[in-house]
Design a protein around this ligand. Structure first.
Ligand SMILES: C[S@@+](CC[C@H](N)C(=O)[O-])C[C@H]1O[C@@H](n2cnc3c(N)ncnc32)[C@H](O)[C@@H]1O
Length: 392
């Protein structure tokens, strides 16, 4: 059986807090879940399945296909077992590979050492079979091997994504404190917004939330934005079926939204960057941009989601100023956003208290190492919705 059609374990990694949303995405793609961890979800599938997963997964980081699993106590044992894998069947003659790893083993003080051992085993094996050393390095743009070594358990994966999936390729201008694209998609999905109703993104920065919302609302696979993946560099990759899959995926996307997406920021430079990023993502015409204070953001009737990602502040002076902004967000929600689900994504819960509204949900996430919350406020009570009721 070909390496491409053999079933194995597929691990989809993600940030902590993301697995419930990743699980939902995977189920909706038709894969039954076999395991859920702190920062990953496991399924069974083939290398061919990884193409679909790489195209569609919005919230995960990497799609890892398990090649071999064994016990190894020491680096020498690791080397021996890895050199038994028939790498010449996976890595083409003229290719290049890199190794990444997660190592939690008492005999290894520095995980780079395990990386080197793994790399040496692959290089030596290929040199023995082909008489020539393959090229290696740290770039992740060709074949990527991922080593997971915890205690005695060692799992060797092909990282079919190569570069992490958060690098969608549209954020050419990142600006200050941008949200990772995968996290942006996760928080949009966490609101339940799927394209019905409006999506309002004041303080849009580089536009990540609005762009991810547009991709979700249109049913566009985020993977269509990227042209390079790890799996493409493996032996036996069938370019024509990949092209067919991409064509069908593109054709299935919608061409209009049942609501408006509005993105504003007080910084002209941010709005320009957001617009250009949206253009690169191919969704510029679905987003209405504006330069204004968040409190002046137009909030059309019809309800939907309004989501802000204010700065969290690091220095005292900054925090004092931000207190006012958070308070202002509470007023903005109360005065202008009735009929909407209000959301704040922040890493500073003390500041969030200044909003002065009762939270309906508080969902924990991590933005890199910073523990954050997506705070949900129910803004359905209020004059606007009452007036609408009365008018019926
Ligand atoms: C943490 S960044 C948002 C990052 C964004 N989620 C992204 O992925 O790029 C906060 C943004 O709020 C904007 N901002 C700060 N004060 C504002 C205000 N009073 N009104 C509107 N935008 C404001 C900043 O210009 C900055 O772009």
């Amino acid at each position: 059986m070909s390496f491409w059609t053999r079933k194995s374990k597929i691990v989809i990694t993600c940030a902590k807090g993301v697995p419930p949303f990743l699980k939902q995405e995977i189920l909706s793609l038709g894969f039954p879940i076999s395991s859920v961890g702190m920062a990953e979800v496991g399924v069974e599938g083939t290398m061919e399945d990884t193409l679909k997963l790489n195209l569609w997964i919005r919230t995960g980081q990497r799609i890892l296909f398990l090649l071999e699993s064994f016990n190894a106590k020491t680096p020498d044992e690791l080397y021996k077992r890895i050199s038994r894998i028939s790498w010449e069947d996976y890595i083409p003659e003229d290719s290049y590979f890199s190794v990444t790893s997660f190592v939690y083993n008492p005999t290894i003080k520095d995980s780079r050492f395990a990386n080197v051992k793994c790399k040496d085993a692959v290089v030596d094996r290929i040199k023995e079979k082909r008489g020539r050393r393959p090229d290696t390095g740290s770039e992740r743009d060709k074949v990527v091997i991922h080593l997971y070594w915890r205690g005695n358990l060692c799992q060797v994966f092909i990282d079919t994504s190569g570069e992490p999936l958060s690098r969608r390729g549209y954020r050419m201008i990142p600006l200050k404190a941008p949200m990772q694209e995968t996290l942006g998609a996760t928080v949009v999905l966490a609101t339940g917004w799927e394209g019905n109703g409006n999506f309002i993104s004041p303080m849009c920065g580089s536009g990540t939330l609005a762009i991810e919302a547009a991709l979700i609302g249109l049913g566009r696979a985020p993977g269509l934005l990227r042209s390079n993946y790890g799996f493409m560099h493996l032996k036996g990759f069938d370019e024509s079926s990949w092209k067919t899959l991409r064509r069908k995926t593109r054709a299935a996307a919608k061409d209009r939204l049942n609501g408006r997406i509005i993105a504003t920021d007080i910084s002209q430079q941010a709005v320009e960057a957001a617009r250009r990023n949206a253009m690169t993502a191919g969704v510029e015409r679905f987003i209405e941009f504006g330069v204004c204070d968040f409190s002046e953001t137009p909030v059309p009737d019809g309800g939907g989601v309004v989501m802000l990602n204010p700065e969290y502040g690091e220095r005292m002076g900054e925090i004092e100023k931000l207190k006012e902004a958070y308070q202002g967000i509470g007023d903005f929600f109360k005065k202008k956003c009735q009929g909407y689900g209000g959301y704040i994504f922040t890493g500073n819960l003390d500041l969030a208290k200044k909003v002065g509204l009762r939270t309906k949900r508080r969902i924990p996430f991590y933005n890199g190492p910073i523990e954050c919350r997506l705070l949900e406020y129910d803004l359905y009570e209020g004059s606007k919705s009452k007036k609408r009721e009365e008018a019926k």
